[in-house]
Write a protein that binds this ligand. Structure first.
Ligand code: GLA
Length: 662
């Protein structure tokens, strides 16, 4: 976490940001007028424009036409709405792809995709790279001083990778930087295995479809390279913008919410935080599955806040109702949208934005929900949208305050990727689902946790959880955290491989000394099965034949005498816990380590989060996701209703309060 907070990340927006993607190119001028009127009715103050408008601005080679975008920006300004102005580079039009066919992406089987949708580009194609810089530069030059401009929005949801020859060449250059020479590369990838030693850089290819599994080190480096290639694209556009528009925030809508671990967001961190940068994320909830929506919301928010290093951040897109591309159509329950939006703000977002303002009548996403649905203004969604706009105005003073959290979960993207490579002892030991499960268990317990990179400053946390930290070079940073008084809890199959995906000698390699435990062998547990521990709890998915070297055994496997499941070791002023299985229920563990809820005595589902200004003003956000009324232990004024709050006052089911504390 940085010590210099960047409290006002969107100074050009009055209060908290509210709005969504706005695509006026899909509508006639009468509709534009209606849009402004309705935006005012809803309390909208910021919209993202120009995200998919390349074809209009640059309809042919060397032809530039800003007439419509000028009109859009002026129109927004006339209505006092600010623009999050996008660079339109995420969706090249057909003329561009036809003229530069080498910019179309190639998949791992070697098929070049056809144009006809968005994100049809190879990040490593020189023609595309040049085009996006030109586009960003022209837009920045033209709109830097436009009074509607609040911030810049580069690209859209970076995720594309490409396996073409140009990408292979760029990969080779990237590898030379990382590994120095071919000896370094051959060592890193362990190419003596299956006789894959490289003798010339041109032999090195992306992990294209092979007869069998390529080296895990290759797969891991490829994912690192793909993330870096997209970061390079983002930075090239950001730099082009800065030359003309040095004083406006620049962002891109990341997908930090957990579904798409395509980028190493923590490597992106320095480029989306700090002066004139801001972390923005999109979050679409998974309709079914084990984690309830409010806990999913919390995960996306807590990961974004972790990435922002404690600074505020912005929820750039969410759905007011169904996300058409999710498995089938689904509807949010009445009030969900309000509760979700408020929860993002509780957890540090400086507002709540949507995809999109007005539902499209055509195109692939015509059935995606919007702030203004096909059903029009006489609709539940619209009533909730206007209600939330009014709420945001009432709580505007929270802007710039920081979220209080005592706990962190370590989220390491390289571990996520490495634990997903083929050839693992169990297909069920991927890191991401386990991180989500732990986060959800903490949410149910009423503990707000930041999801942070393991290398970051951990000293501000009383508790650090490493549910699944498969890849780790050494323990120095975590050891220092424990010695200085922290409580660290490490889940199984952690510290196993180094940065090259080589298994450390003496399991669990990098963590063996710190946790004081020796692992003899791995014993995966079939899906659905459970193993009993002698303290009455159960494990699942995985067990290890593990022995204490310098640790106390807290619990053992009931049916396997001599093999321990839960270890504790005191070290310096702190302690470290190690689990050699994945607990079915995490609560007994939390009890054991003395982890109290942030607000003791509060039932599961009454979400309480505190935001605090540096000058001491503080706010308790309370959202009741349960079916019963519950008292909220806070004293002050509920900003949503303007009424006094005392700890004996009940919050009704489904309702929320934002209590400015006295
Ligand atoms: C993403 C994209 C949007 C839209 C939404 C739909 O967030 O950025 O353009 O496709 O998904 O959910």
């Amino acid at each position: 976490m940085r010590t210099n907070r960047n409290a006002d990340i969107i100074p050009q927006v009055d209060g908290l940001a509210y709005g969504g993607d706005y695509n006026p190119e899909q509508w006639d001028r009468d509709t534009w007028d209606e849009d402004l009127r309705l935006m005012h009715e809803a309390g909208v103050n910021l919209v993202s424009v120009n995200i998919f408008a390349w074809a209009g601005i640059n309809p042919a080679p060397d032809v530039w036409d800003f007439t419509r975008l000028d009109a859009v920006m002026d129109h927004l300004h006339s209505g006092g709405i600010r623009a999050d102005l996008a660079t339109a580079t995420a969706s090249p039009p057909p003329w561009f792809s036809q003229r530069h066919p080498e910019t179309l992406p190639v998949d791992a089987e070697g098929h070049r995709l056809h144009y006809g949708a968005r994100a049809e580009y190879c990040p490593n194609a020189p023609a595309y790279q040049a085009a996006v810089v030109e586009m960003a530069s022209r837009l920045a030059e033209r709109y830097a001083d436009h009074p509607a401009l609040a911030m810049w929005h580069v690209g859209n949801e970076y995720y594309r990778s490409c396996y073409c020859d140009a990408s292979a060449t760029a990969f080779q250059t990237w590898l030379q930087d990382r590994h120095g020479d071919l000896d370094g590369l051959n060592h890193a990838w362990g190419t003596t295995f299956w006789s894959q030693t490289y003798t010339d850089w041109t032999q090195v290819l992306p992990p294209r479809q092979c007869a069998e599994t390529p080296a895990p080190g290759l797969i891991l480096d490829w994912r690192r390279f793909c993330s870096d290639a997209l970061l390079k694209l983002f930075r090239s556009e950001a730099q082009a913008i800065e030359q003309h528009s040095p004083d406006k925030p620049i962002t891109t809508n990341l997908m930090v919410s957990g579904d798409f671990a395509v980028l190493d967001y923590h490597r992106w961190g320095p480029h989306v935080t700090g002066p004139n940068r801001l972390v923005a994320t999109d979050h679409y909830l998974i309709p079914d599955g084990p984690i309830p929506w409010p806990a999913q919301v919390a995960f996306g928010a807590d990961a974004s806040r972790g990435l922002a290093g404690g600074d505020p951040w912005l929820l750039m897109e969410q759905a007011s109702n169904s996300s058409a591309w999710r498995r089938g159509y689904f509807a949010k329950k009445p009030g969900d949208q309000l509760r979700h939006s408020l929860s993002y703000v509780a957890r540090g977002s400086e507002g709540a934005m949507f995809f999109q303002w007005r539902a499209s009548r055509y195109g692939a996403e015509r059935y995606h929900s919007a702030m203004l649905p096909h059903g029009g203004t006489d609709s539940r969604v619209w009533r909730e949208i206007t209600a939330f706009g009014a709420q945001l105005k009432r709580i505007a003073e929270v802007k710039g305050s920081a979220v209080e959290s005592r706990a962190a979960i370590l989220l390491d993207f390289e571990s996520v990727w490495a634990s997903d490579t083929p050839g693992q002892p169990s297909a069920d030991m991927g890191a991401y689902p386990e991180l989500r499960r732990w986060h959800s268990a903490l949410w149910h317990r009423g503990v707000t946790a930041d999801l942070v990179d393991p290398s970051w400053d951990l000293d501000r946390y009383a508790y650090v959880f490493a549910p699944s930290l498969y890849l780790l070079d050494d323990d120095a940073h975590l050891r220092a955290y424990v010695e200085q008084g922290g409580t660290l809890v490490v889940g199984p199959y952690s510290g196993v491989v180094d940065r090259n995906d080589h298994v450390h000698p003496g399991l669990p390699g990098a963590l063996r000394d710190l946790i004081g435990v020796r692992v003899e062998e791995f014993v995966p547990v079939p899906k659905g099965d459970k193993v009993a521990l002698d303290d009455g709890t159960e494990g699942q998915t995985w067990t290890e034949v593990a022995h204490a070297l310098d640790a106390e055994v807290v619990a053992s496997f009931a049916d396997y005498p001599g093999t321990a499941a839960v270890f504790r070791r005191s070290l310096g002023r702190g302690e470290v816990w190690y689990l050699s299985t994945r607990p079915v229920d995490l609560d007994p563990l939390f009890e054991r380590i003395g982890l109290a809820p942030d607000f003791p005595g509060v039932p599961t589902g009454l979400e309480l989060v505190r935001r605090k200004h540096e000058d001491g003003r503080s706010y308790v956000f309370a959202i009741n996701h349960t079916d019963d009324p519950h008292p909220v232990p806070a004293t002050g004024t509920d900003l949503l209703t303007g009424t006094a709050w005392t700890p004996d006052r009940d919050l009704d089911p489904g309702e929320a309060a934002v209590i400015s504390e006295r």
